[in-house]
Write a protein that binds this ligand. Structure first.
Ligand SMILES: Cc1ncc(COP(=O)(O)O)c(C=O)c1O
Length: 410
């Protein structure tokens, strides 16, 4: 019998007791929802991150044959063919642990980015690096600064380590870097900044970022998350890695999940001075980047053609969605990424109702109520036919959701 079952036995009067202890089992309540063990109190404010719903789950639930997912900013072209070929070649090695030092991918990226191999850190997705950075540098005495509507994993990482976070409002839907720098005080240990931002899709340019770097003291870690770096078309965008030499408190995060099409393999990386990489290594599990991911990412890095195609398909899709949103009279926020935030809530119905109506018709998009944007949905840019279908279904969903909201109001 497993120890956990053996340790808890019903007592003769029916109440469960923990063997070897006279204390009766903990009662669930708002402060302590777990009746078995007391969770660390600083974690109780954390709700699990709600990921986009998987296609298979939506198919099962609504009995749909065809479902498209435009909810998690994945690459609609699929993975790079070179990555798939590398995976097939490597399948017979899966009984072996991965290389904990990520040697080949490290060498390949170091050449690709023109940085020293010691400047690279790898994560099970860049998501994991966000946590390792918070764990490495933040303590319960410290504060993290983030932007309003920011990628929610930053503040969750602060909460995980018991640190506080301060939110700075956006200005015209963009990071207000002047206000963010001004918000830095004695307790500030880190600023986390996605550029472009998710879920808004906007970015700040080179000059603004340079002023921000100068204004923030060196004792403050600056994490510049460039998850959507390759998609950006704006001429004043910049490569954050160029600033590391002069600003050694800067870490740049990137990922293989978006333009390289490898979200399912979970490979992200960070670039920083070697001292920061060594610090993060103190907490990083030895085999956090799996063998298949390392092989596929190295191959994808070499697939320039796939990268260009990903960017071109995205550009075309972005233009199409803008045209259609304008035709439908929907407000949207011009985006530098592979998704667009669009305001669909009206007549008493919100983004969640529209997203639900779309899902029931086989198109999964992301409602944004959890980010404080209840009238909005975020739509990932798909292939041309997926975008056409999404717009058709959006039109129907708007009609349906509008109708049912009118009924409720009456
Ligand atoms: C801004 C931003 N950073 C990081 C991530 C995490 O990416 P991954 O963990 O897949 O590398 C995402 C994913 O959507 C993102 O939008």
């Amino acid at each position: 019998m497993p120890a956990t079952i053996a340790a808890i036995t019903p007592n003769p009067r029916g109440a469960k007791k923990i063997m070897g202890s006279s204390s009766s089992i903990l009662k669930p309540n708002a402060k302590n929802p777990n009746p078995i063990l007391r969770c660390n109190p600083h974690l109780l404010a954390l709700a699990p991150y709600p990921p986009g719903r998987p296609i298979e789950e939506v198919q099962r639930e609504y009995g749909l044959k065809r479902v498209i997912k435009l909810a998690s900013n994945e690459n609609p072209l699929g993975p790079s063919p070179k990555a798939v070929a590398a995976l097939k070649r490597h399948a017979r090695q899966l009984h072996l642990y991965p290389d904990g030092n990520v040697y080949y991918l490290r060498q390949a990226l170091s050449r690709h980015l023109a940085v020293a191999p010691e400047q690279l850190m790898f994560g099970n997705g860049s998501d994991e690096l966000i946590i390792w950075l918070a764990l490495t540098y933040l303590s319960p005495r410290d504060t993290m600064i983030v932007s309003q509507y920011s990628f929610v994993r930053y503040q969750m990482a602060a909460q995980m380590v018991g640190a506080r976070f301060k939110t700075v409002p956006l200005k015209n839907w963009r990071h207000d870097l002047v206000a963010m720098a001004r918000a830095v005080d004695k307790s500030t240990k880190a600023v986390f900044l996605a550029n472009p931002e998710n879920p808004v899709g906007t970015m700040v340019g080179r000059k603004e970022f340079e002023r921000f770097l100068k204004a923030v003291p060196r004792r403050v870690l600056i994490v510049l998350d460039q998850a959507y770096y390759e998609y950006v078309q704006a001429p004043d965008y910049f490569n954050g890695i160029e600033y590391i030499a002069r600003h050694p408190n800067l870490v740049v995060l990137r990922t293989f999940s978006k333009t390289y099409g490898l979200a399912g393999l979970r490979v992200g990386y960070g670039v920083a001075v070697p001292e920061i990489v060594k610090d993060v290594d103190r907490v990083r599990p030895p085999f956090n980047v799996n063998r298949a991911g390392q092989e596929a990412a190295a191959a994808a890095l070499d697939d320039g053609e796939f990268l260009q195609r990903s960017i071109a398909v995205n550009e075309e899709g972005r233009r199409y969605l803008y045209e259609q949103f304008e035709r439908l009279g929907l407000e949207y926020i011009p985006s530098q990424t592979n998704f667009v935030l669009v305001r669909v809530g009206r007549d008493g119905c919100d983004g969640a109702a529209v997203a639900q109506a779309m899902m029931e018709r086989g198109v999964i998009v992301r409602p944004m109520g959890g980010f404080g944007l209840k009238d909005y949905v975020r739509i990932t840019i798909g292939l041309a036919r997926e975008n056409r279908l999404a717009v058709r279904i959006l039109e129907k969903a708007l009609r349906d959701a509008g109708r049912s909201a009118t009924h409720q109001v009456q």
